[in-house]
Design a protein around this ligand. Sequence first.
Ligand SMILES: Nc1ncnc2c1ncn2[C@@H]1O[C@H](COP(=O)(O)OP(=O)(O)OP(=O)(O)O)[C@@H](O)[C@H]1O
Ligand SMILES: [Mg+2]
Length: 264
Amino acid sequence: MIIRLEHVAKRLGGKDVLVDVNLEVPEGQTCVVIGRSGTGKSVLLKHISGLFSADRGRIWIDGEEISAMRERHMARVRRKIGFLFQGAALFDSLTVGENVGFFLREQGGMSEREIAAAVALNLERVKLPGIEHVMPADLSGGMKKRVGLARALTMNPRIILYDEPTTGLDPITADAINDLIIEMRDQLGMTALAVTHDMASAFKIGDRIVMLHQGRVVFDDSVENTKRTENALVRQFVEGRASGPMTEDILTPDLLVRREGQGG
Ligand SMILES: Nc1ncnc2c1ncn2[C@@H]1O[C@H](COP(=O)(O)OP(=O)(O)OP(=O)(O)O)[C@@H](O)[C@H]1O
Ligand SMILES: [Mg+2]
């Protein structure tokens, strides 16, 4: 298992966001995490990338326990992980080329020529060759995501974390991103954890679907089984219905999360 979480818990802003998360992702798999807004999906990705540390529980990346690691060792593990942030998070004052080359330049040890070559290669990988000089403000939403992906790929990560890669894109642009995510797995052998609300995307890119709800993984199965599951939480989510087992939670999310915290 290249990613492994055991009993991970995290309290943020007075709320028990992650209560008891258990998750394993084998190498080369794309695992999709679904769940309602505010349920802790981005927080989960930030734990895996080492941006947040867990209050309780253990996390292993490629056999190394990051939850027990000191900051200076973390940098080495972080290089194995690429992160496509929710909303792409490009630096607005830098060109596309400077954005994509940012981590390489920050890391040091490479000449400007080598960085330029790596930037060009990764822009080609996301099918945007030759746009180094463009400013982020002049890119469409889909292009921003692809530039964000190119930036995540420059460090040659073994794992890539996608936070809402298709949210806010038209269906055609979204599907082009889906195809890229599949290519990353099939051509580069990348392991991926992708967070999304977009069920069409989840079913297309995923090998497996995991549902996060009230701080726990409440469902974990193959895409095929997810499509025909009788699990009421998953059905409500997949069908996008306002009424169902999650309705009470929609009306009083804070109350429910707090009650859960007191129980544990
Ligand atoms: N740095 C932080 N400090 C305090 N609370 C935080 C912090 N980051 C996240 N939270 C809280 O943790 C909860 C989960 O947030 P998270 O961003 O992971 O949700 P999400 O599932 O990704 O939602 P969305 O689908 O809207 O992106 C929210 O209640 C949020 O307010
Ligand atoms: Mg999020």
